[in-house]
Design a protein around this ligand. Structure first.
Ligand SMILES: C[S@@+](CC[C@H](N)C(=O)[O-])C[C@H]1O[C@@H](n2cnc3c(N)ncnc32)[C@H](O)[C@@H]1O
Length: 262
């Protein structure tokens, strides 16, 4: 499917795909500098550790790409293959390097713009009775804003010790130590069944899908908010687009009940 899309992109002139429902799929692949990269058996010509592919605009639907890297090694070539389920509009990122060459994080740090954080907390109808958990908290701006603006308790979790330091400094600078805690944790080990009434995420589509079994344990009434990325095929209960200097950001909301029932 990917290969024919690439070939079509070469043959069809710009403008022919201009149709509102068609969107591109962007896939970022990290791999060894000298590795060969194949997508649907089609060898990619780009080089480097980070390689980016953008499909031509595609109609709505489910697509599955087989992504393979072959890198030379002392004991012969090392081959890694991953199947990636994608949909038009997705941005995905995967790392095919050997485990000892990968960063500890599942997704790179990129902060949510502050006006998007503000709009997301409004969409979640956060009040001072809520407990907000941000999974992968970066510099802590989401739990800090929740505490500062709504006076609610909040917690941030990040696997990267540098981000935990940034978050703790942010908490101190904004004077919200009484309301906010920050912990170095892998979010995929958290028990979400007790604690949060609002969960915020800015991860990737495949990481949201991986988190679903944990999110399905959230009690009714809990709201899950995701910056930019879908949650499997589960239709959000609400969706807003927020304009920023870096373009529009989508924010999706699911009620815990919706996640359990789908
Ligand atoms: C895109 S950033 C979002 C930061 C913040 N939530 C925001 O919206 O501004 C994703 C964060 O998730 C963290 N992260 C990645 N994998 C993680 C994991 N398995 N457990 C905890 N944190 C993780 C990264 O270190 C990074 O800070």
């Amino acid at each position: 499917m990917w290969r024919s899309s690439i070939l079509m992109a070469g043959l069809i002139s710009a403008g022919m795909f201009v149709q509102d429902s068609r969107k591109t799929i962007t896939v970022e692949v990290y791999l060894d500098d000298s590795a060969q990269l194949f997508i649907e058996k089609h060898e990619m010509r780009s080089k480097g550790t980070k390689r980016l592919f953008v499909s031509p605009p595609l109609p709505p639907g489910k697509y599955s790409y087989t992504i393979k890297s072959i890198s030379p090694g002392p004991n012969g070539p090392r081959t890694v293959t991953r199947q990636l389920d994608v949909q038009p509009g997705d941005f995905e990122s995967i790392d095919l390097r050997a485990p000892d060459k990968r960063p500890i994080t599942d997704v790179e740090y990129e902060p949510t713009p502050q006006n998007v954080v503000d709009a997301m907390l409004r969409l979640g109808k956060v009040t001072n009775k809520d407990v907000v958990w941000d999974l992968g908290c970066g510099d802590g701006r989401i739990p800090v804003t929740a505490a500062k603006v709504y006076g609610c308790q909040s917690r941030g979790f990040d696997i990267d010790p540098e981000r935990v330091k940034d978050s703790l400094a942010n908490v101190r600078n904004r004077g919200v130590e009484r309301l906010v805690t920050i912990e170095q944790r892998d979010i995929f080990t958290l028990d979400l069944s007790q604690g949060p009434t609002v969960v915020t995420l800015y991860l990737l589509p495949h990481l949201n899908a991986k988190l679903l079994p944990q999110l399905r344990k959230l009690p009714p009434g809990t709201r899950v908010l995701s910056v930019e990325h879908r949650m499997g095929d589960i239709k959000p209960d609400e969706h807003i687009a927020v304009d920023t200097e870096r373009g529009a950001y989508n924010v999706y909301l699911w009620k815990a009940e919706t996640l359990r029932d789908n």
